[in-house]
Design a protein around this ligand. Structure first.
Ligand code: UD1
Length: 340
Protein backbone atom coordinates (compact mmCIF):
# COMPACT_ATOMS: atom_id res chain seq x y z
CA UNK A 1 0.00 0.00 0.00
CA UNK A 2 1.23 3.43 -0.95
CA UNK A 3 1.24 6.21 1.68
CA UNK A 4 2.02 9.88 1.04
CA UNK A 5 4.04 11.50 3.82
CA UNK A 6 4.33 15.27 3.45
CA UNK A 7 7.28 16.70 5.36
CA UNK A 8 8.67 13.17 5.38
CA UNK A 9 12.26 14.37 5.75
CA UNK A 10 11.50 16.40 8.88
CA UNK A 11 11.97 15.32 12.49
CA UNK A 12 8.72 13.44 13.15
CA UNK A 13 8.11 12.72 9.45
CA UNK A 14 11.38 10.84 8.93
CA UNK A 15 10.85 8.64 11.99
CA UNK A 16 7.33 7.86 10.75
CA UNK A 17 8.64 6.96 7.28
CA UNK A 18 10.99 4.45 8.94
CA UNK A 19 8.14 2.83 10.89
CA UNK A 20 5.94 2.67 7.78
CA UNK A 21 8.67 1.10 5.66
CA UNK A 22 9.43 -1.40 8.40
CA UNK A 23 5.80 -2.48 8.15
CA UNK A 24 6.16 -2.79 4.36
CA UNK A 25 4.20 0.28 3.34
CA UNK A 26 5.45 1.94 0.18
CA UNK A 27 6.23 5.55 1.08
CA UNK A 28 6.09 8.61 -1.17
CA UNK A 29 7.51 11.80 0.35
CA UNK A 30 6.82 15.40 -0.59
CA UNK A 31 9.21 17.80 1.18
CA UNK A 32 10.56 21.20 0.09
CA UNK A 33 13.66 20.90 2.33
CA UNK A 34 12.81 24.24 3.99
CA UNK A 35 13.58 22.80 7.43
CA UNK A 36 15.16 19.46 6.56
CA UNK A 37 18.05 17.98 4.62
CA UNK A 38 18.27 15.64 1.65
CA UNK A 39 20.78 13.56 3.72
CA UNK A 40 17.82 12.31 5.76
CA UNK A 41 16.88 10.11 2.78
CA UNK A 42 20.10 8.14 3.14
CA UNK A 43 19.56 7.88 6.93
CA UNK A 44 16.15 6.33 6.22
CA UNK A 45 17.71 4.00 3.69
CA UNK A 46 20.44 2.89 6.11
CA UNK A 47 17.85 1.90 8.71
CA UNK A 48 15.26 0.27 6.45
CA UNK A 49 17.24 -0.80 3.38
CA UNK A 50 14.70 1.05 1.22
CA UNK A 51 14.71 4.50 -0.34
CA UNK A 52 11.30 6.15 -0.40
CA UNK A 53 10.08 7.88 -3.55
CA UNK A 54 10.91 11.57 -3.06
CA UNK A 55 9.40 14.73 -4.58
CA UNK A 56 10.99 18.08 -3.82
CA UNK A 57 8.35 20.79 -4.12
CA UNK A 58 6.42 23.27 -2.02
CA UNK A 59 2.79 22.37 -1.27
CA UNK A 60 1.97 26.08 -1.70
CA UNK A 61 2.40 25.42 -5.44
CA UNK A 62 -1.11 24.34 -6.15
CA UNK A 63 -0.54 23.20 -9.74
CA UNK A 64 2.22 20.87 -8.58
CA UNK A 65 -0.04 19.44 -5.88
CA UNK A 66 -2.76 18.73 -8.46
CA UNK A 67 -0.28 17.21 -10.89
CA UNK A 68 1.11 15.01 -8.13
CA UNK A 69 -2.37 13.65 -7.32
CA UNK A 70 -3.11 13.06 -11.01
CA UNK A 71 0.03 10.92 -11.15
CA UNK A 72 -0.61 9.15 -7.82
CA UNK A 73 -4.18 7.93 -7.88
CA UNK A 74 -3.23 4.80 -5.97
CA UNK A 75 -2.55 6.38 -2.56
CA UNK A 76 -4.09 4.53 0.40
CA UNK A 77 -3.43 7.32 2.89
CA UNK A 78 -1.83 10.68 3.57
CA UNK A 79 0.11 11.66 6.67
CA UNK A 80 0.51 15.41 6.61
CA UNK A 81 3.48 16.75 8.58
CA UNK A 82 4.70 19.51 6.28
CA UNK A 83 4.27 22.81 8.13
CA UNK A 84 6.20 25.64 9.72
CA UNK A 85 6.52 25.27 13.47
CA UNK A 86 8.53 28.06 15.09
CA UNK A 87 6.32 29.97 17.51
CA UNK A 88 8.44 33.16 17.54
CA UNK A 89 8.78 33.29 13.77
CA UNK A 90 5.00 32.92 13.45
CA UNK A 91 4.50 36.05 15.58
CA UNK A 92 6.95 37.98 13.38
CA UNK A 93 5.50 36.71 10.13
CA UNK A 94 1.92 35.52 10.68
CA UNK A 95 0.89 35.54 7.03
CA UNK A 96 3.76 33.26 6.09
CA UNK A 97 2.40 30.80 8.67
CA UNK A 98 -1.16 31.04 7.36
CA UNK A 99 0.14 30.53 3.83
CA UNK A 100 2.44 27.62 4.68
CA UNK A 101 0.17 25.82 7.09
CA UNK A 102 -3.35 26.63 5.87
CA UNK A 103 -3.09 27.07 2.08
CA UNK A 104 -1.15 23.86 1.79
CA UNK A 105 -3.71 21.96 3.86
CA UNK A 106 -6.57 23.23 1.70
CA UNK A 107 -4.78 22.34 -1.54
CA UNK A 108 -4.03 18.85 -0.26
CA UNK A 109 -7.59 18.23 0.94
CA UNK A 110 -9.06 19.58 -2.32
CA UNK A 111 -6.92 17.24 -4.37
CA UNK A 112 -7.52 14.32 -2.04
CA UNK A 113 -11.31 14.67 -2.07
CA UNK A 114 -11.35 15.30 -5.83
CA UNK A 115 -9.55 12.01 -6.38
CA UNK A 116 -11.85 10.22 -3.91
CA UNK A 117 -9.02 9.27 -1.59
CA UNK A 118 -10.05 8.50 1.95
CA UNK A 119 -7.49 8.57 4.72
CA UNK A 120 -5.86 11.66 6.19
CA UNK A 121 -3.74 12.08 9.31
CA UNK A 122 -2.97 15.57 10.58
CA UNK A 123 -0.10 16.71 12.82
CA UNK A 124 -1.74 18.75 15.52
CA UNK A 125 -0.42 19.91 18.86
CA UNK A 126 -1.31 20.09 22.53
CA UNK A 127 -0.81 23.82 22.05
CA UNK A 128 -4.54 23.90 21.08
CA UNK A 129 -5.41 23.42 24.79
CA UNK A 130 -3.43 26.48 25.95
CA UNK A 131 -3.30 26.59 29.77
CA UNK A 132 -5.69 23.71 30.45
CA UNK A 133 -8.14 23.93 33.36
CA UNK A 134 -7.57 20.31 34.34
CA UNK A 135 -4.60 17.93 34.29
CA UNK A 136 -3.99 15.46 32.75
CA UNK A 137 -5.48 16.92 29.58
CA UNK A 138 -8.28 14.93 27.94
CA UNK A 139 -9.31 15.31 24.30
CA UNK A 140 -12.57 16.99 25.29
CA UNK A 141 -10.77 19.79 27.15
CA UNK A 142 -11.78 23.09 25.55
CA UNK A 143 -9.63 24.51 22.78
CA UNK A 144 -8.38 27.87 24.05
CA UNK A 145 -7.65 31.04 22.10
CA UNK A 146 -4.26 30.42 20.47
CA UNK A 147 -1.19 32.19 21.91
CA UNK A 148 0.50 32.46 18.50
CA UNK A 149 -0.28 32.34 14.78
CA UNK A 150 1.49 28.95 14.73
CA UNK A 151 -0.90 27.59 17.37
CA UNK A 152 -3.82 29.14 15.52
CA UNK A 153 -2.87 27.31 12.31
CA UNK A 154 -3.24 24.01 14.20
CA UNK A 155 -6.68 25.01 15.52
CA UNK A 156 -7.87 26.30 12.13
CA UNK A 157 -6.37 23.23 10.45
CA UNK A 158 -8.44 20.94 12.67
CA UNK A 159 -11.59 22.97 11.93
CA UNK A 160 -10.99 22.80 8.18
CA UNK A 161 -10.59 19.04 8.42
CA UNK A 162 -13.69 18.67 10.63
CA UNK A 163 -15.78 20.58 8.08
CA UNK A 164 -14.35 18.53 5.21
CA UNK A 165 -15.22 15.31 7.03
CA UNK A 166 -18.81 16.52 7.55
CA UNK A 167 -19.33 17.00 3.83
CA UNK A 168 -17.45 14.08 2.28
CA UNK A 169 -18.61 10.81 3.76
CA UNK A 170 -15.85 8.81 2.04
CA UNK A 171 -13.22 10.94 3.78
CA UNK A 172 -11.69 9.86 7.11
CA UNK A 173 -9.40 12.04 9.16
CA UNK A 174 -7.52 11.78 12.44
CA UNK A 175 -5.86 14.74 14.16
CA UNK A 176 -3.02 13.72 16.43
CA UNK A 177 -2.27 16.24 19.16
CA UNK A 178 1.38 15.79 20.05
CA UNK A 179 2.77 16.77 23.41
CA UNK A 180 6.57 17.40 23.36
CA UNK A 181 8.36 15.12 20.89
CA UNK A 182 12.05 14.56 21.65
CA UNK A 183 14.80 12.00 21.05
CA UNK A 184 16.04 10.24 17.94
CA UNK A 185 16.12 6.84 16.29
CA UNK A 186 18.28 4.41 18.31
CA UNK A 187 20.53 3.87 15.26
CA UNK A 188 21.42 7.61 15.34
CA UNK A 189 20.93 7.63 11.55
CA UNK A 190 18.10 10.18 11.83
CA UNK A 191 17.12 12.75 14.47
CA UNK A 192 16.20 16.38 14.96
CA UNK A 193 18.06 18.94 12.80
CA UNK A 194 17.32 22.40 14.16
CA UNK A 195 18.37 25.24 11.87
CA UNK A 196 20.13 28.03 13.79
CA UNK A 197 19.69 28.40 17.53
CA UNK A 198 17.27 25.76 18.84
CA UNK A 199 14.10 27.13 20.41
CA UNK A 200 13.10 23.82 21.98
CA UNK A 201 14.53 22.50 25.22
CA UNK A 202 16.13 19.18 24.30
CA UNK A 203 18.09 20.26 21.19
CA UNK A 204 19.31 23.25 23.23
CA UNK A 205 20.48 20.88 25.96
CA UNK A 206 22.31 18.52 23.57
CA UNK A 207 23.97 21.42 21.75
CA UNK A 208 25.10 22.88 25.08
CA UNK A 209 26.55 19.55 26.15
CA UNK A 210 28.32 19.34 22.78
CA UNK A 211 29.89 22.77 23.38
CA UNK A 212 27.97 24.53 20.58
CA UNK A 213 26.10 26.67 23.16
CA UNK A 214 27.64 28.02 26.35
CA UNK A 215 24.82 27.27 28.74
CA UNK A 216 21.14 26.47 28.89
CA UNK A 217 18.81 29.23 30.06
CA UNK A 218 15.93 27.84 32.09
CA UNK A 219 12.96 30.11 31.48
CA UNK A 220 11.63 30.81 34.97
CA UNK A 221 11.78 28.93 38.27
CA UNK A 222 8.91 30.73 39.98
CA UNK A 223 6.03 28.76 38.48
CA UNK A 224 3.57 27.03 40.83
CA UNK A 225 5.13 23.57 40.30
CA UNK A 226 7.25 21.21 42.45
CA UNK A 227 10.54 22.91 41.65
CA UNK A 228 9.24 26.14 40.08
CA UNK A 229 9.97 25.16 36.47
CA UNK A 230 7.38 24.33 33.81
CA UNK A 231 6.00 20.83 33.37
CA UNK A 232 5.72 19.12 29.97
CA UNK A 233 5.00 15.64 28.65
CA UNK A 234 8.12 14.62 26.69
CA UNK A 235 7.38 11.80 24.26
CA UNK A 236 10.03 9.76 22.43
CA UNK A 237 9.75 10.47 18.70
CA UNK A 238 9.88 6.74 17.89
CA UNK A 239 6.82 6.05 20.08
CA UNK A 240 5.13 9.00 18.38
CA UNK A 241 6.02 7.70 14.91
CA UNK A 242 4.54 4.29 15.73
CA UNK A 243 1.28 5.97 16.76
CA UNK A 244 0.92 7.30 13.21
CA UNK A 245 1.09 3.78 11.79
CA UNK A 246 -1.51 2.62 14.31
CA UNK A 247 -3.82 5.55 13.41
CA UNK A 248 -3.40 4.85 9.71
CA UNK A 249 -4.24 1.17 10.22
CA UNK A 250 -7.37 2.15 12.13
CA UNK A 251 -8.48 3.99 9.00
CA UNK A 252 -7.39 1.25 6.61
CA UNK A 253 -9.31 -1.33 8.66
CA UNK A 254 -12.35 0.95 8.79
CA UNK A 255 -12.36 0.93 12.59
CA UNK A 256 -12.89 4.68 13.07
CA UNK A 257 -15.89 5.59 15.23
CA UNK A 258 -16.54 8.83 13.33
CA UNK A 259 -14.89 10.20 10.22
CA UNK A 260 -13.04 12.88 12.17
CA UNK A 261 -11.27 11.76 15.33
CA UNK A 262 -8.81 13.42 17.69
CA UNK A 263 -6.20 11.75 19.89
CA UNK A 264 -3.66 13.05 22.38
CA UNK A 265 -0.22 11.55 21.97
CA UNK A 266 1.85 11.76 25.12
CA UNK A 267 3.27 9.60 27.89
CA UNK A 268 0.85 10.83 30.53
CA UNK A 269 3.78 11.82 32.72
CA UNK A 270 4.78 15.41 33.36
CA UNK A 271 8.45 16.33 33.83
CA UNK A 272 9.81 19.69 34.93
CA UNK A 273 12.59 21.48 33.06
CA UNK A 274 14.93 20.87 36.00
CA UNK A 275 14.02 17.19 35.98
CA UNK A 276 14.90 16.98 32.27
CA UNK A 277 18.26 18.63 32.94
CA UNK A 278 19.01 16.29 35.86
CA UNK A 279 17.95 13.24 33.86
CA UNK A 280 20.16 14.31 30.97
CA UNK A 281 23.12 14.76 33.34
CA UNK A 282 22.57 11.33 34.88
CA UNK A 283 22.03 9.49 31.60
CA UNK A 284 25.03 11.05 29.86
CA UNK A 285 27.18 11.27 32.97
CA UNK A 286 28.20 14.88 32.55
CA UNK A 287 27.33 18.28 33.93
CA UNK A 288 25.17 20.62 31.92
CA UNK A 289 25.93 24.33 32.40
CA UNK A 290 22.66 26.14 33.07
CA UNK A 291 21.24 29.28 34.65
CA UNK A 292 17.79 30.54 35.58
CA UNK A 293 16.47 33.47 33.56
CA UNK A 294 13.06 35.13 33.42
CA UNK A 295 9.96 33.43 32.08
CA UNK A 296 9.42 33.08 28.31
CA UNK A 297 6.30 34.76 27.02
CA UNK A 298 3.56 32.37 25.98
CA UNK A 299 4.70 29.39 28.08
CA UNK A 300 1.99 27.49 29.93
CA UNK A 301 2.72 26.26 33.45
CA UNK A 302 1.97 22.59 32.92
CA UNK A 303 0.75 20.30 30.16
CA UNK A 304 0.59 16.51 30.12
CA UNK A 305 -1.69 14.11 28.36
CA UNK A 306 -4.51 11.94 29.54
CA UNK A 307 -3.57 8.81 27.59
CA UNK A 308 -6.76 6.76 28.13
CA UNK A 309 -8.42 7.49 24.79
CA UNK A 310 -5.30 6.54 22.80
CA UNK A 311 -4.96 3.38 24.90
CA UNK A 312 -8.59 2.33 24.64
CA UNK A 313 -9.31 3.29 21.04
CA UNK A 314 -5.97 2.96 19.28
CA UNK A 315 -4.49 0.30 21.54
CA UNK A 316 -1.37 2.45 21.61
CA UNK A 317 0.76 3.60 24.54
CA UNK A 318 4.33 4.80 24.81
CA UNK A 319 7.01 2.20 25.61
CA UNK A 320 10.13 4.34 25.83
CA UNK A 321 11.14 6.49 28.79
CA UNK A 322 12.58 9.96 29.30
CA UNK A 323 15.95 8.27 29.93
CA UNK A 324 15.70 6.48 26.56
CA UNK A 325 14.72 9.68 24.77
CA UNK A 326 17.51 11.79 26.26
CA UNK A 327 20.13 9.08 25.68
CA UNK A 328 19.07 8.80 22.04
CA UNK A 329 19.07 12.59 21.57
CA UNK A 330 22.63 12.68 22.92
CA UNK A 331 23.78 9.80 20.72
CA UNK A 332 22.36 11.69 17.72
CA UNK A 333 24.12 14.91 18.76
CA UNK A 334 27.43 13.04 18.98
CA UNK A 335 26.83 11.59 15.52
CA UNK A 336 26.16 15.08 14.15
CA UNK A 337 29.43 16.29 15.65
CA UNK A 338 31.29 13.61 13.69
CA UNK A 339 29.56 14.24 10.38
CA UNK A 340 28.96 18.04 10.26
C1 UD1 B 1 6.89 24.59 21.92
C2 UD1 B 1 5.83 25.53 21.45
C3 UD1 B 1 4.63 24.73 21.02
C4 UD1 B 1 5.04 23.78 19.91
C5 UD1 B 1 6.21 22.91 20.35
C6 UD1 B 1 6.76 22.18 19.13
C7 UD1 B 1 6.15 27.64 22.68
C8 UD1 B 1 5.62 28.52 23.74
N1 UD1 B 1 5.49 26.48 22.50
O1 UD1 B 1 6.37 23.84 23.03
O2 UD1 B 1 3.61 25.57 20.57
O3 UD1 B 1 3.95 22.94 19.56
O4 UD1 B 1 7.26 23.72 20.87
O5 UD1 B 1 7.79 21.34 19.51
O6 UD1 B 1 7.13 27.94 22.04
N2 UD1 B 1 12.81 25.84 27.93
C9 UD1 B 1 13.85 26.41 28.65
N3 UD1 B 1 14.96 26.81 27.98
C10 UD1 B 1 15.09 26.69 26.61
C11 UD1 B 1 14.02 26.10 25.89
C12 UD1 B 1 12.89 25.71 26.58
O7 UD1 B 1 13.77 26.54 29.86
O8 UD1 B 1 16.12 27.10 26.06
C13 UD1 B 1 11.61 25.37 28.66
C14 UD1 B 1 10.34 26.07 28.24
O9 UD1 B 1 10.11 27.22 29.01
C15 UD1 B 1 9.31 24.97 28.51
C16 UD1 B 1 10.07 23.67 28.28
O10 UD1 B 1 11.45 24.00 28.35
O11 UD1 B 1 8.91 24.99 29.84
C17 UD1 B 1 9.78 23.06 26.92
O12 UD1 B 1 9.98 24.06 25.92
P1 UD1 B 1 9.95 23.74 24.36
O13 UD1 B 1 10.83 22.58 24.07
O14 UD1 B 1 10.19 25.00 23.62
O15 UD1 B 1 8.46 23.22 24.13
P2 UD1 B 1 7.06 23.95 24.43
O16 UD1 B 1 7.22 25.36 24.79
O17 UD1 B 1 6.32 23.09 25.39
Amino acid sequence: MKILVTGGLGFIGSHTVVELQQKNYEVVIIDNLSNSSIDVLSGIEKITGKTPEFHNFDLCEREKVNQFFKNHQDLSGIIHFAASKAVGESVENPLLYYENNINTLVYLLKAQTQFQQANFIFSSSCTVYGEADKLPITEDAPVKQAESPYGNTKQIGEEIIRDTAKTYSHFKAIALRYFNPIGAHESAEIGELPIGTPQNLVPYITQTAAGIRNELSIFGDDYPTVDGTCIRDYIHVVDLAKAHVVALERQLQDSCKTNFEVFNLGTGKGSSVKEVVQTFERVTNQELPHKIVSRREGDVVAAYADTQKAKNELGWATKLTLDDALASAWKWQLKLRQTH
